[in-house]
Design a protein around this ligand. Sequence first.
Ligand code: 6CS
Length: 255
Amino acid sequence: GGGGLQQRADSGQPIRLAIANEPPYTKLEADGTLTGAAPDIAKAVLKRMGIENVEPAQAGYDSMIPGLQANRWDIVTAGLFMNKDRCAQVQYTTPDLVSTESYAVPPGNPQGLRTVDDLKNKDLTVAVLAGGYEGRTAKALGVPEDKLPTYQQAPDALQAMQDGRVYGILLPTLTLESLKEQQGANFEITPPIEQFPLTGSGHAFRKSDKTFFEKYNTEMKAFKETKEFEQIMSKWGFDAEASRKATTEELCKTE
Ligand code: 6CS
């Protein structure tokens, strides 16, 4: 194979980027503009390849890889964190975003939820996203599945906490900070959970799109050395140095 995405680009068709619409990782403006850290990086890399025709495709984390395989979109640029399972299904570029995970908890954190062991030992549940990295990783760390009810998107998880259906939420620290700011919601965010591995995403491609992937990955590595990359990263609250130090190989070892 190898013709698919390359052919699409050559014929001037839009490159479809899958996102969740979860700032600061991904954001769809009210006017339809595609932005957020991962799409801004993708657009800059594609521009270096002479491609400016891109189109957003909004999806839940549970359908990003299936939709990629089914050719519903061309690249996942959603802060899709690498782990063993995902790395077996798609090819990931060099890392873009490295970040941490936290809990959102009610004001004052009455149950004192801070660690993965707390989640195992206390009689409470936390919302995670369907098909998301957090649920899978928490289970790998020994948290029973029934403590991790799933919701489609971050605002649904927030609603569940506000309704008292869950005690808290387990999501990226930066997602929770953005959610709190956007919704003006009254909750606390714990410091990054130390037992959780550092998360790292890359841009995910179908394994069959070899030629295009190789070119893209080469341009992305070069782009990561630029000032423009640093500007995108700091605009959205990410650390360019952490991204440069991370490797796809290491991040793909996460259970
Ligand atoms: O990779 C994931 O599955 C996770 N990534 C982000 C940016 N947010 C939540 C999601 O579960």
